[in-house]
Design a protein around this ligand. Structure first.
Ligand code: SDX
Length: 371
């Protein structure tokens, strides 16, 4: 038996959803660079689920289905009111998404049509859950979703109660496009492992949220912002980063298992961070980020990943730091559910082996003879 720590380099499944080949990321064969410039998040979600871009009437139908399914049960809102106010937002999301299944009469209907509808429903409800949680913990009224607006606009609206401006909507929409799918990343793999037992789609997405929460995965965007806050100013960047590197500590938002020459999504977020800095008249977060990148790439050869510049972008959009990873989940819900549907379509239980490294030929020792 051969083992690879962290399954590095192991091809664990086939998939026709997204690919990373020679450092180029595509969704259904379309380069992410093109989608980032031209597509809306809803078009991308359709592309991931159905394997093709929607025509106008298909997109209209999806927008109307998303709107029709975006409200969450009152019982789930009432439960959220009972969560500790300082609870981790990803833990809250994980629990609330699991709860949603209790109120979905089709939760255990495993037909394809029912699962596609549940994918749309989860995509529509996750932003509502996050915004509701964010308001409840501040003692504010929960705002119901609007119909006829994009997921990006709706989320910003439900968070603040104000109509978001065009720049903010477009920036968030682009961030959602960039995070939507990424081949067999840890959370998507977790979702596929869960549903390969023929468990339901809610269980798959709940597993995925749990995996995304960690700082080696989606939790890194929040950790990047914590680092920027800790550094505090451009003048402190050099000494802070050098110290981290000398101590062989990880710099959040850098490195990637698959990309060794740079994450193709990072440049779009870098550009967005610069533009938002200029628009808001506050270049601080962007300038600090650029300087960190110069040092880390110069000294370690490590490049920023998707999480690095998303931190400053979301800060410019005035989104609370602990909602950064939940926003990643809003976007990745499209990829998770596309992978879950693909897994169901060609399922076999995922059950690898472990190479045993423990003791052998041991006997049971009665308790009174144990040291
Ligand atoms: C995401 O896979 C995906 O698709 C994920 C994702 C997605 O879209 O779903 O792209 C999103 O999760 C991005 C990654 C977010 N995480 C971070 O930013 C956390 C910081 N980065 C790392 O911990 C690390 O780079 C990982 C977790 C991203 C990758 O881990 P690997 O492949 O197991 O690499 P490794 O930890 O074995 O590192 C290899 C070497 C080591 O040095 P040596 O021991 O060989 O001398 O590179 C060094 C590491 O110490 N290294 C870093 C570093 N990342 C790697 N050193 C300092 N800072 C870092 N960030």
């Amino acid at each position: 038996m051969t083992t690879t720590k962290g399954l590095e380099g192991i091809v664990a499944t086939t998939s026709s959803i997204s690919s990373i080949i020679d450092g180029i990321l595509t969704y259904r064969g379309i380069d992410i660079d093109e989608l980032a410039e031209k597509a809306t998040f809803e078009e991308v979600a359709y592309l991931l689920w159905y394997g093709k871009l929607p025509n106008q009437s298909e997109l209209d139908q999806l927008l109307s289905d998303l709107s029709a399914n975006s409200a969450i049960p009152t019982a789930v809102i009432d439960q959220m009111r009972l969560y500790p106010k300082d609870t981790n937002s990803m833990a809250a999301l994980r629990t609330a998404v699991s709860s949603l299944s209790l109120y979905d009469l089709s939760a255990n209907d495993m037909s394809r049509d029912a699962n596609v509808l549940k994918a749309i429903k989860l995509q529509a409800q996750i932003p509502t859950v996050i915004a509701a949680f964010a308001r409840i913990r501040e003692g504010k009224e929960v705002i119901s979703p609007k119909s006829g607006v994009s997921i990006a606009e709706n989320f910003l609206y439900m968070l603040t109660g104000d109509k978001p401006d065009k720049v903010a909507i477009e920036a968030l929409d682009k961030a959602l496009v960039l995070h939507a799918d990424h081949e067999l990343n840890a959370s998507t793999f977790a979702a596929r492992v869960t549903v390969a037992t023929l468990s339901d789609i809610y269980s798959g997405v709940t597993s995925a949220i749990g995996a995304l929460k960690g700082p080696l995965h989606g939790g890194a965007n929040e950790a990047v912002m914590a680092m920027l806050d800790e550094i505090g100013s451009l003048d402190n960047v050099e000494s802070y980063v050098n110290k981290k590197l000398e101590n062989k500590e990880k710099l959040m938002g850098f490195g990637h298992r698959v990309y060794k020459n740079g994450d193709p999504r990072a440049k779009h977020l870098e550009k967005m961070s610069r533009a938002l800095g200029e628009i808001t008249g506050n270049m601080k977060w962007y300038d600090m980020s650029i300087k960190i990148e110069e040092i880390v790439t110069g000294k370690k050869g490590l490049r920023p990943n998707v999480d690095f510049y998303s931190a400053s972008c979301y800060t410019y959009l005035k989104i609370p730091r602990d909602l950064f990873t939940p926003i990643f989940a809003i976007s990745r819900a499209s990829g998770w559910t596309a992978h879950i549907l693909e897994q169901y379509d060609n399922n076999r239980l995922i059950r690898p082996r472990a190479e045993y490294t423990g003791p052998v030929n041991q006997s049971y020792v009665p308790i009174d003879q144990r040291s």
